[in-house]
Ligand binder design. Structure first.
Ligand SMILES: *Cc1c(COP(=O)(O)O)cnc(C)c1O
Length: 231
């Protein structure tokens, strides 16, 4: 079942790339495995997927300890500063830097571990009260602050679009994030690149790819519905 789901997602990603004249290798599929058991991750890995997204630091740590070394974890959810220690040595990218305070704390932890942590800055493009992230107009200044930190490297932007029935409603937000990343890239800020645009989830990743996503985060479309009671 998982491998059928994955095949379907792969076909849709390829089709979205074809529609928008993009190369498949310029879009990374991050399989969002939060709440799902390691057995399911192992099954998805048999299809060659090595990038997985998690949003709970302890869950990520526990899975990391038992899964193969070639797996690449992405921290995609809101991160509390006291939990950075669980992920700092176990993730390839933190997608969800949503405050200067968090950036400073990640920087301090990265320094302790003698590494430079690649991060994305989360933008609340749709200005939803319930979501974290910087407002569009505050993002450049925030990035200028974060760029001063020695053990963090900003590599792009991330957004979580609203939950909608019709993915087309989210196109406007993906366009805005893309435009923001082009604007910021043009400023040539030291220690900052805009290589990545992490946008698009199960309901809207095809539209996100058409608008320039370089990473899509797909959970339900691969692993099925999440059951938080058991999860
Ligand atoms: C859970 C989650 C996803 C995946 O959501 P689906 O709708 O299941 O694909 C993507 N991004 C973030 C930040 C998430 O928390």
């Amino acid at each position: 079942m998982l491998l059928d789901n994955l095949k379907d997602v792969e076909e849709r990603i390829q089709a979205a790339c074809d529609r928008s004249g993009r190369k498949r290798e310029d879009v990374l599929l991050v399989a969002v495995s939060k709440t799902k058991p390691v057995e399911m991750i192992e099954e998805v890995m048999t299809a060659g997927i090595v990038d997985f997204g998690e949003n709970k630091p302890q869950e990520l740590r526990d899975k990391y300890e038992v899964l193969p070394q070639n797996l690449r974890f992405h921290m995609i959810g809101h991160l509390q500063t006291n939990k950075i220690k669980y992920v700092i040595d176990r993730v390839v990218l933190i997608h969800s830097i949503d405050s200067i305070h968090l950036a400073e704390a990640v920087n301090a932890e990265a320094k302790k571990h003698n590494r430079i942590m690649p991060v994305l800055v989360e933008v609340n493009v749709a200005q939803e009260e319930s979501k974290s992230g910087f407002l569009v107009e505050k993002t450049e200044n925030a990035i200028r602050e974060i760029a001063k930190l020695s053990n963090i490297r900003v590599e792009g932007l991330m957004t979580i679009a609203p939950f909608v029935e019709n993915a087309e409603e989210n196109r406007q937000y993906f366009v805005k994030l893309r435009k923001l990343s082009v604007d910021i890239a043009a400023k040539n800020i030291d220690n900052v690149t805009m290589h990545h645009l992490s946008m698009g989830m199960t309901g809207d990743y095809e539209v996100a790819i058409e608008e320039g996503a370089t990473m899509v985060r797909v959970g339900t479309g691969i692993f099925g519905e999440r059951n938080y009671q058991i999860g």
